[in-house]
Every structure is written in structure tokens, then in C-alpha cells.
Design a protein around this ligand. Structure first.
Ligand code: NDP
Ligand code: 2IT
Length: 445
């Protein structure tokens, strides 16, 4: 067994039951195999052994009281994985499926993603098994306040800067920031995704979805010599990332014909009515099922995997991890899909990823393709540090520049390491090298 295979076995044994973390480590190791051949010093300094161990994990009790006076106890986490190139940075996820292994996989991915943005940010992630669904605004507020009562002592503008993720949007960031500011007695950029009038950045809300479409557009131009114009697009999810990816596809002349949520999917051959989706998901926090009541020509399916059964040129998984399986990949390839851009983190299983790549589908992995969100978070931190606010256009231009740089960096790295066109290896190696070199410079810490 090779060095990385043995190390992977140790990671699995030591982090028992954390399957999603194992999966993320396995994917990175497949690329590091290539990089290590050029860099024996990383093995000698136990750099990879150090990299797979979080610098710090905070786990805490979050007791809160619902509207009926009943007491609930949730579990809160913050994984401070790597500060090699900057303060820990990454979102908070509130979803009933959240466990330690979920957040460790997300924080681990975040290290390489943040490195690819070119902004000095380390990797972190946090969250809770709290389910915001069906809770009143006051219940969500009390939960956020209770969560921050512990978290605040571990974070800070130059220490660790949380943001949103699944189940954490503008409303939650507001409640979290209000309590942070009160406890820390300072108005600094310690959370990103803040409101526009109180330290937030323009384009942060749109950034992940827009950035995803910008990088896919670069791929279409560079490799396929075409654009988004008249392209048919399928998008999973109907949250922050999916909605703003749809908006940008439509602005560029493409047509999104399918979207999904946790309960099912909609197929609208005339093109998704995004205002209607925003009304249902952003305002009413409802189910996509309501879409077909207003648009009878559209179809609703209770099987959310049906989103991948439509014939499309571009597929953008934007819901959650492990949502594109080998059967879906086969269907997409059979239907002539040109490119898959991962808006979500690790939405495609390892098997499905391999199938796409072997069958010539352009595959842009999440840590590159969805980096626009954290990149604009980095720009929000910069604006906060300068006590300034840039315009929508300024931030949007910077985001486009960052996504283009990421595309160039991952495709050139793939070429340099002899795996041209394999953006998974390109992104993993490019993201890793910067972090690894920083760790070499900083000694054994
Ligand atoms: P939201 O909470 O805004 O939306 C999530 C969407 O995915 C919802 O439509 C939800 O359905 C659906 N979904 C969530 N969990 C599941 C599940 N277990 N099974 C099926 N569907 C599910 O989250 P975001 O849009 O912010 O995040 C989506 C993905 O993008 C995540 O993987 C996240 O880590 C990633 N990401 C987010 C960034 C950001 O800036 N927000 C940045 C980079 C990546 P329902 O509405 O029914 O709950
Ligand atoms: O997965 C991600 O990159 C995010 N949820 C965004 C993190 C951030 O700090 O903006």
C-alpha cells in the first residue's frame, strides 16, 4: 500500500463514522498522489498528516425556548481547520442532518476553495443540527442568540469569520450579528453576508450563483467555443445558490427549465419563472409544489432526482452533498450534457464524477465553481477593514475577475501536472500548493 493509501486508512480509523469527511479526504488524496511525486518534502515533514487534523474543533450546547415555552437542546459546532494562509473563514449550516463529520468535510474543502480565490483566508465551517423549517422568526432569533452566546468568544475579524450556508441566510446573519455585537462590544466585520446598510457587501447574496455561472461561461468559451445563449440548463436546489445561478443564466440568454427542493422538482419547458420561485422560496419559505398551481403548464415531480432526467446542455447541482449519483450521471451524459458546474459542496459522488470526466463532460468541482460566495465574503471583509462600501458594479467586476482567475489557475495546473482538462485535479493541486507552501514556511505548528 502506498503512503497516501495508508494515511487514508488512518484517517478513516481515527475519524470513525465521519463518512463525508472520509469522502472529501479521499478525493483530495487522489490528486495529491500526483503532486507528491514532485514534492517529497511534504511527506518528510508530515505535512499531509498535519493538514487532515483540524487545528481546533469547538462543540457546544445550545439550549433555547420555543414560542410555547418548551425547552430544546441543539448541538453547535465550529471547525477551525486551517489558518495557514489567513483567518479561519467559512459558513454556518443549520440543518437537522448536521453532524461533526459533515462540518469537517465542509471545513476541509473550504481550505482549498479559499486558497483558490487568491484572497488570504484559512478554512473553517460551523453550524448546528437545528432545523429552521417551520419555526417562527422569534424562535429562529432565540436560537441564533443562544448559538452566538457561545460562539462569540471563538471568533473575530482576524481570528475566524463565519457566514451563511444551508439554512443560514440574511435573516439568521442579522440575528447572529446583533448578538455578536452586543457581547463583543465592537462593530467589526466578524460575520459576512451582513445587510447592505450595516456593513454588508453588494453582490454577496448573488455571489455564489453568479460566480458559478461566470466560471461555466469561461469553460464554454474556452473549450466549447460557445456561450450561454440558448443553452438549456437544469439546476437542483431552490435556495440562495440555485436562485442566483438561475438569474445569471437568464441574463446571459440561457434557459433554466428545471429546479428542485428537498421535497421534489419542477420542470418548466418555457423557462423557470424566477420571480415566482423567489416569492415561494425567499418570501414564503414554502414548497416548489406551489409553483405548478400558478403555472399549470409546468410539471411537478415528488422525485427530486427527476431534475437530472431533462435533456440539458448544462447541469448545475446547487442543493447539497451527494445529490448526483451514477444513474443521474449516465442520464445526463446520454442526453448530451456538455458541462457540470458544482454550485453545492461535493454534490457529485466520486463514482459519478469519474463517469463525467471519462465521458468528456466538462466537470468544474465545487471548490472552484462555488468559490464566488466566499470570495465576495473576502471582499466584504476588505470593505469592513477599510470602513468603506464599493458599488454593485465594482464588486461584480471583481467577482468576474476572481472566477476567471480560478478557471485559468485550475486549467493551467491540470496541464502542468499532466492531466489536462481534469479540473478536479487542477483545483485540488492548485488550492493545496499554496497552503502547503505556507505550512512549509511556518514550521511545525
Ligand atoms: P439554502 O438553504 O439557501 O438552499 C438549499 C436548497 O437545497 C434548498 O432548496 C433546499 O430545499 C435544498 N436542500 C437542502 N438540503 C437538502 C437535502 N438534504 N436534500 C435535498 N435538498 C436539500 O442553501 P444554499 O443555497 O446557501 O446552499 C446550497 C449549497 O451550496 C450547499 O451545498 C452549500 O454548502 C453550497 N454553497 C453555498 C454558498 C453560499 O454562499 N450560500 C457558497 C458556496 C457553496 P428546501 O428549500 O426544501 O429546504
Ligand atoms: O461553502 C461556502 O463557501 C459558503 N457557504 C460561503 C462561506 C463564506 O464564508 O462566505
Amino acid at each position: 500500500m502506498g503512503y497516501l493509501d495508508q494515511l487514508y486508512q488512518k484517517v478513516v480509523e481515527k475519524n470513525y463514522g465521519e463518512e463525508e469527511f472520509h469522502q472529501a479526504v479521499k478525493e483530495i488524496f487522489e490528486s495529491l498522489e500526483i503532486a507528491l511525486a514532485y514534492h517529497p518534502e511534504f511527506e518528510r515533514t508530515k505535512l499531509i498528516e498535519r493538514l487532515v487534523e483540524p487545528e481546533r474543533v469547538v462543540m457546544f450546547r445550545v439550549p433555547w425556548v420555543d414560542d410555547k415555552g418548551e425547552i430544546h437542546v441543539n448541538r453547535g459546532f465550529r471547525i477551525e481547520f486551517s489558518s495557514a494562509i489567513g483567518p479561519y473563514k467559512g459558513g454556518l449550516r443549520f440543518h437537522p442532518t448536521v453532524k461533526l463529520g459533515t462540518l469537517k468535510f465542509l471545513a476541509f474543502e473550504q481550505i482549498f476553495k479559499n486558497s483558490l480565490t487568491g484572497i488570504p483566508m484559512g478554512g473553517g465551517k460551523g453550524g448546528s443540527d437545528f432545523d429552521p423549517k417551520g419555526k417562527s422568526d422569534m424562535e429562529v432569533m432565540r436560537f441564533c442568540q443562544a448559538f452566538m452566546q457561545e460562539l462569540w468568544r471563538h471568533i473575530g475579524p482576524y481570528t475566524d469569520v463565519p457566514a451563511g450556508d444551508i439554512g443560514v441566510g440574511g435573516r439568521e446573519i442579522g440575528f447572529l450579528y446583533g448578538m455578536y455585537k452586543k457581547l463583543a462590544n465592537e462593530f467589526t466585520g466578524t460575520l459576512t453576508g451582513k445587510g447592505i446598510n450595516w456593513g454588508g457587501s453588494w453582490v454577496r447574496k448573488e455571489a455564489t450563483g453568479y460566480g458559478l455561472v461566470y466560471i461555466v461561461e469561461r469553460y464554454l468559451e474556452d473549450v466549447r467555443k460557445t456561450s450561454f445563449k440558448d443553452k438549456i440548463v437544469a439546476i437542483s436546489g431552490a435556495g440562495n445558490v440555485a436562485i442566483y445561478a438561475t438569474e445569471k443564466v437568464h441574463q446571459l440568454g440561457g434557459k433554466v427549465i428545471a429546479m428542485s427542493d428537498s421535497r421534489g422538482c419542477i420542470i418548466d419547458k418555457d423557462g423557470i419563472d424566477l420571480d415566482l420561485v423567489k416569492e415561494i422560496k425567499e418570501v414564503k419559505r414554502g414548497s416548489l409544489r406551489e409553483y405548478v398551481e400558478k403555472r399549470p403548464s409546468a410539471e411537478y415531480s415528488e422525485n427530486r432526482q427527476d431534475v437530472w432526467k431533462v435533456k440539458c446542455d448544462v447541469a448545475l447541482p446547487c442543493a447539497t452533498q451527494n445529490e448526483v449519483f451514477i444513474e443521474d450521471a449516465k442520464e445526463l451524459v446520454k442526453n448530451g450534457c456538455l458541462v457540470v458546474g458544482e454550485g453545492a459542496n461535493m454534490p457529485t459522488t466520486l463514482e459519478a464524477t469519474k463517469y463525467f470526466i471519462e465521458n468528456g463532460v466538462g466537470f468544474l468541482p465545487g471548490k472552484a465553481a462555488n468559490a464566488g460566495g466566499v470570495a465576495v465574503s473576502g471582499l466584504e471583509m476588505a470593505q469592513n477593514a477599510y470602513f468603506t462600501q464599493w458599488t454593485f458594479d465594482e464588486v461584480d467586476k471583481k467577482l468576474q475577475g476572481i472566477m476567471h482567475n480560478i478557471y485559468n489557475s485550475i486549467s493551467e495546473t491540470a496541464k502542468k501536472y499532466g492531466v489536462e482538462g481534469n479540473y478536479v485535479h487542477g483545483a485540488n493541486i492548485a488550492g493545496f500548493m499554496k497552503v502547503a507552501n505556507a505550512m512549509m514556511d511556518q514550521g511545525i505548528v
